[in-house]
Every structure is written in structure tokens, then in C-alpha cells.
Design a protein around this ligand. Sequence first.
Ligand SMILES: [Zn+2]
Length: 87
Amino acid sequence: MIAQGLLKEPFKDSDENHNEMMELALARIRQLGAHEVGHTLGFAHNFAASTNDRASVMDYPHPRLELVEGEIRFEDAYDAGMGAWMI
Ligand SMILES: [Zn+2]
């Protein structure tokens, strides 16, 4: 829903024009899955990682969007991996 709200006319040409939204959703789900596994392992929230080079999946990551020639880009919306911060 975040991506649908931010994309310019996501279904303008067809209902198959959803790859950007799908990639954003899958990246977010990967982050959430890793975050919840972190809790299972005993890691607490890190409330500073998002502003420190995405140092931990244990923050509440928000999508990092880029505005290019009037269009919102999602390619770097979520980081991959756990991050360097583990304690
Ligand atoms: Zn949490």
C-alpha cells in the first residue's frame, strides 16, 4: 500500500505494472522477518540504526526513497542483511 500510494499511476497501462511494488514489499518482508528472528534470539530494538547507515535490522526501518526527475524511485528502499550493530 505504501508503494501504491507513492507510485505515479501504478496501473496506468496494465495491471501487470507492479514489479516495483512487489520488490518493495518483498524487501520489507525480508527486513521484518530478520527483525523478528532478532527478537527471538534476544536482541532488543535499536532506535538509532536508521540514521546511522542502516546499522541494524533491529530498528524500525522506513523506506529510503529517491526523487529522480519528478518520480519516486524505490531501488534502495530497504537495505539487505542484518547490519553491523548486533548488541
Ligand atoms: Zn521489534
